[in-house]
Design a protein around this ligand. Structure first.
Ligand code: CP
Length: 352
């Protein structure tokens, strides 16, 4: 990516898009995680809403199934007082043959500020970024990237472990097909953690040389050394061939069973991006243990996505040019159906 193109992405105060973790400098990640803390606090208020993005419109454009990401982006946009539009492929003109480009140009004609995109093909959010003046947020593209998942994972891990510098993280399972793995390898290494990929050879990419990671095929040997055991879903919908002899055999060798979870050291976290295949990559009982933070990951997803939308639409480009969008005295503020803006406001100083 050229410097000019990178400057178009999140970071450096002139951000337009969030497409990949590699677009972020360490400082950008730290800023987003710090901003997330503010929005976690907003989420604890009786009325968990601020007027930061009033008058802005955020569109969810999901060409692939989602529960967590879609609902948390929509919740995040609403908690920032943005207007939201939701695009359901199953009931759209995509089913009549409309292209992605025509779809985005049609939606843009209605007036939008940000589009949150999930697509089964890698690179579609980047393509869309070239077709629209709106900010584009990658909500998961093929095997490529899922940057907000990595941000919420880093935030969740740090709330328990503090700094991730020197911590040992294993990412276990179907690395080959996983955008979560690709985003989290970049995220955890950027934050100073040591990352070990644990998988059978058939579920690893053809090369891991581009990453600063260890690779192991022996989960039992790695487990006692971990601070985080990050378990991936077996993505059978992306497997075009039989990559493991059977799910039963995969579970026997790579599943986080109760016996294996018992061998994690005290304080080690169990993480999973969801949706889980209980009984396959993780035992149902293990997913419900106190050191499994899977539901916390989901909860933190709302605040992380508020931080991303705010960074792209509420500050950055607009910060020096306009009054603070979090400032209740900004021109145009008025009481809303949710109550007076001032009741739920935070100042820019609060937000940083
Ligand atoms: N982790 C994740 O992306 O979940 P969804 O597919 O439900 O959004």
């Amino acid at each position: 990516m050229s410097t000019d193109t990178a400057r178009e992405h999140l970071g450096g105060g002139s951000a337009r898009h969030l497409l990949a973790i590699s677009d972020l400098h360490r400082d950008d990640i730290e800023d987003l995680l710090e901003l997330t803390e503010t929005f976690v606090e907003v989420g604890r208020r009786p009325i968990p809403k601020v007027p930061a993005l009033r008058g802005r419109t955020v569109v969810s454009l999901f060409f692939e199934d989602s529960t967590r990401t879609r609902l948390s982006f929509e919740t995040a946009a609403k908690r920032l007082s943005a207007d939201t539009m939701s695009f359901a492929v199953s009931s759209s003109s995509v089913n009549k043959g409309e292209s992605v480009r025509d779809t985005i140009e049609t939606i843009e004609a209605m007036g939008i500020d940000a589009v949150v995109v999930r697509h089964r093909s890698s690179g579609v959010p980047a393509q869309i970024a070239g077709w629209t003046n709106a900010s584009v947020v990658n909500a998961g593209d093929g095997w490529h990237q899922h940057p907000t998942q990595a941000l919420l994972d880093a935030y969740t891990a740090r709330t328990h472990l503090g700094s991730l510098e020197g911590r040992h993280v294993a990412i276990v399972g179907d690395i080959k097909h996983s955008r979560v793995a690709r985003s989290n390898i970049e995220m955890f290494t950027a934050l100073g953690a040591e990352v070990t990929l644990v998988a059978p050879p058939t579920l690893l990419p053809s090369s891991t040389n581009a990453w600063q990671v260890n690779v192991s095929n022996d989960l039992d040997a790695v487990l006692p050394t971990l601070d985080i055991c990050y378990v991936l879903r077996m993505q059978q919908e992306r497997m075009t061939e039989a990559l493991v002899p059977s799910l039963r055999e995969y579970t026997a060798c790579f599943g986080l069973t109760s016996e294996r979870a018992d061998r994690l050291r005290a304080g080690a976290l169990i993480m999973h991006p969801g949706p889980m295949n209980r009984g396959v990559e993780i035992a149902g009982e293990v997913a419900d243990r106190p050191n499994a933070v899977i539901i916390e990951q989901v909860a933190n997803g709302v605040a992380v996505r508020m931080a991303v939308l705010f960074m792209l639409l509420g500050s950055g480009r607009h910060l020096s040019a306009a009054p603070s969008p979090l400032d209740a005295s900004s021109p145009g503020d008025s009481p809303t159906a949710d109550g007076p803006a001032g009741d739920v406001d935070v100042s820019m100083e609060d937000a940083r």
